[in-house]
Design a protein around this ligand. Structure first.
Ligand code: MTE
Length: 374
């Protein structure tokens, strides 16, 4: 294990090199703000040992004045901001997708590739306005300092977001997390935080920002984090035509089921993408399903998850429990993973279904034949 990795004793690693893992589900929803030692970890390469005093952020491409900033300069020249933002990997809930059909060669995340923190830094918008940009600048690319092996080549991790999104003041260049300096494992000395977007765009160990007239050609943007239809396979994948991932979709998960005196206490989280919020969560139980609305523990806040809980009657072992959420644009989750399955296993937001008293795995439903009458 890389010596920069410091996690709670019950943190579950899917992989040690590079380190990838998350907290146990019970622990995940214990607190609104995830402690740093429980915060899920997603790395594709090494953890660079960058020293804050000598580190420089280079800004180039279609800018009026290409330049470099030390951390001290960022700190002194731009107002400091703090935001609460949830990071969620596009691969969160992949194991639910692979329960329907195998997703080879990817980290088999359960529902734990998500966490929430308070980030401190400066607004990327302030920095970009200070360097100016020229006509034609449409995308903003982040490049990290880590070296990753991908498709037989060594490459730095990177990706871009539309410039329009980058200029909203909640996108941060962050040096602090939960009231402490950012740790190496989470991107020190400097990382991007892009609320409401897939975690991959919140680039850690930030070394360079480029303004571009087209989306990034970095392998982690052009040949990963793209969405294919359920019919596409890795052998016939047309990466240029696949949908570039950006904003997250509405999602919700069951994280714990506790037997209490008057029933079962069900707890979990719900998220939404872009500037949307999760606004309704329903728990279904037994078959045929009876639905009950859960109550939120956290306020509706753009960019941040909402934990929820509800009490349902006692069930027999093996009975079904499922969850679905709605966001503030009235989007809801698809019922089955087969509708969203793709060979990379990204963005699985099908209803999360488990069976009471059984291993906490996604359940697939046998569907009756649909009959059509003319
Ligand atoms: N940035 C760099 N430089 N290298 C990476 O491997 N992983 C990305 C993103 N930023 C990554 C990165 C992905 S896929 C996710 S989900 C988030 O970081 C995870 O952030 P965390 O490890 O702080 O939880």
């Amino acid at each position: 294990m890389d010596e920069a990795v410091h996690k709670s004793p019950d943190f579950v690693f899917h992989q040690e090199m590079p380190p990838n893992g998350g907290p146990s589900l019970n622990r995940l929803v214990e607190e609104f703000i995830t402690p740093e030692t429980d915060f899920f970890l997603r790395t594709h390469g090494n953890i660079p040992q960058l020293a804050s005093p000598t580190h420089r952020l280079t800004i180039g491409g279609l800018v009026s004045r290409p330049c470099q900033f030390s951390l001290e300069e960022l700190f002194e020249r731009f107002p400091t901001r703090e935001i609460t933002a949830t990071l969620q990997c596009a691969g969160n809930r992949r194991s639910g997708a692979s329960a329907f059909k195998q997703v080879p060669n990817e980290v088999d995340w359960g529902n734990e590739a998500i966490s929430n923190a308070v980030w401190k830094g400066c607004s990327l918008a302030d920095v970009i306005h200070s360097v100016g940009y020229v006509d034609g600048a449409k995308h903003l690319e982040f490049i990290g300092s880590d070296i990753c092996q991908k498709e037989g080549v060594q490459t730095q991790f990177g990706g871009s977001i539309p410039l329009e999104r980058a200029l909203v003041d909640d996108v941060l260049l962050a040096w602090g997390m939960n009231g402490q300096p950012l740790t190496l494992q989470h991107g020190a000395p400097l990382r991007a935080i892009v609320p409401g977007y897939i975690g991959a765009r919140s680039v850690k160990w930030l070394q360079r920002i480029n303004l571009l007239n087209a989306p990034s050609t970095n392998l982690f943007h052009a040949h990963a984090y793209r969405l294919f239809s359920p019919a596409a396979s890795s052998s016939d994948a047309n990466w240029e035509q696949a949908l570039e991932l950006g904003e997250l979709s509405v999602n919700s998960c069951i994280c714990s089921i506790e037997e209490v005196s008057d029933g079962l206490l069900i707890k979990g989280y719900a998220t939404a993408g872009g500037s949307r919020c999760a606004v309704r969560v329903e728990i279904g139980y037994s078959e045929p399903l009876k639905w009950i609305e859960a109550s939120f523990q956290d306020p509706a806040q753009t960019g941040s998850w909402r934990r929820w809980r509800t009490l349902i009657p006692k069930l027999l072992v093996g009975e079904l429990i499922c969850v679905r959420a709605w966001d503030s644009a009235a989007n809801t989750q698809p019922e089955d993973p087969e509708n969203v399955w793709n060979f990379k296993g990204y963005m699985n937001n099908a209803w999360h279904r488990v069976r009471f008293g059984m291993p906490f795995q996604d359940v697939l439903m046998a569907k009756p034949e649909v009959e059509f009458y003319l």
